[in-house]
Design a protein around this ligand. Sequence first.
Ligand code: GTP
Ligand code: MG
Length: 166
Amino acid sequence: ANKNINAKLVLLGDVGAGKSSLVLRFVKGQFVEFQESTIGAAFFSQTVAANEATVKFEIWDTAGQERYHSLAPMYYRGAAAAIIVYDITNQASFDRAKKWVQELQAQGNPNMVMALAGNKADMLDGRADAQTYAQENGLFFLETSAKTAANVNEIFYEIGKHFIFF
Ligand code: GTP
Ligand code: MG
């Protein structure tokens, strides 16, 4: 029998980390060099399938600018999954990602599936400290590139599998 699951997913992370670019790559297969900074939040949906089951992601792409921080709980409250995105070339964006993880651990849904995306992987070789951090905090971790598409479908697919198999 087919199983069709809807899952609300929120993207959080510093301004310019590449949240919108990851969503645009995942949903439309596109990348733009001059992606505009998100105002408030944007909504998308996309379905992944595994073993005759489907997960329809209802995706909230939030704005990283600090003045929108107070809106974030509206988007992560009730979310089944989160992707916390940072830019691997920018240490401050990794620090910001850790703050988001703390906020979700404190205020988010305790069963939330969380993934950490080290984005812009096309620009640098990987950082080992993020892998350790992710393991310690129970996060699924992948380095991604919205530009080359590396690991973009994979990160959504790995999250989707949690809802299908667990
Ligand atoms: P806010 O909406 O302001 O919070 O930013 P955001 O996290 O949505 O970042 P956005 O997707 O707008 O990307 C910011 C810039 O980084 C854009 O110019 C993108 O083209 C670029 N960018 C995003 N992902 C990648 C990537 O994987 N590789 C490279 N080289 N550039 C990227
Ligand atoms: Mg954006």
